[in-house]
Design a protein around this ligand. Structure first.
Ligand code: FES
Length: 164
C-alpha cells in the first residue's frame, strides 16, 4: 500500500479517536488530504476500526460529497437547478459529455477534466450557469462549453511544452 495513504489513515484515526461518529470525520479528513477516498484507505480503515468494508462503502456512496476516484485537474460543474434546467443546462452537459467522452460524475482518463452536476448555485439570473475551476460563468451555450474545453486544452499543452 502507498505509504502516504497508510500514514494519512493512521493520522486521521489518531485525530478522531474516541469521537462519536468518527468514521465519517475520518473519511472527510482522508478526502481532504487526497482529494478522494482511495480504496486501500477504506480497506485499512475497515481493518483498524473493525467495521465491515461494505459499511464504509455505504457511507461513501450515500454522501454525494465523497469521491472514490481521483478528481480531475479541471472541475466543470453544471448547475442543473430548475432555472438552469429550463434554460438548457442539459445541452451544456450533453456537449461536455460528447466532447470529453465521459458522463456526469466522471473524470477523463488523463485526469484533466471532471464533470459534475449540482443543484441551484444561487445565480439563476445568469442561467444556464456553470462553475469552471471555481469561477462562476453564466448565460452559456454549447459553443461556449466547446470553447472552454479548447482553451483549457491549449493552456495545458502550452504548460507542458514550457516544462519540457
Ligand atoms: S438554478 Fe442554476 S443558478 Fe439557480
Amino acid at each position: 500500500m502507498d505509504m502516504d495513504v497508510k500514514d494519512s489513515v493512521i493520522a486521521c484515526m489518531e485525530e478522531w479517536r474516541g469521537e462519536v461518529g468518527n468514521l465519517i470525520m475520518i473519511l472527510h479528513e482522508i478526502q481532504n488530504r487526497h482529494g478522494f477516498v482511495p480504496r486501500p484507505a477504506s480497506l485499512l480503515l475497515s481493518d483498524l476500526l473493525e467495521i465491515p468494508l461494505a459499511r464504509i462503502y455505504e457511507v461513501l456512496t450515500f454522501y454525494h460529497y465523497f469521491k472514490l476516484v481521483p478528481p480531475g485537474k479541471h472541475d466543470l460543474i453544471v448547475c442543473n437547478g430548475t432555472a438552469c434546467y429550463l434554460k438548457g443546462a442539459g445541452r451544456l452537459l450533453g456537449e461536455l459529455e460528447t466532447r470529453l467522452g465521459i458522463k456526469d460524475g466522471d473524470t477523463t482518463e488523463d485526469r484533466l477534466f471532471h464533470i459534475e452536476t449540482v443543484r441551484c448555485i444561487g445565480c439563476c439570473g445568469m442561467s444556464p450557469a456553470m462553475i469552471v475551476d471555481g469561477k462562476t460563468l453564466g448565460k452559456l451555450g454549447p459553443s461556449d462549453v466547446a470553447g472552454m474545453i479548447e482553451t483549457i486544452r491549449k493552456e495545458e499543452a502550452a504548460n507542458e511544452a514550457a516544462d519540457a
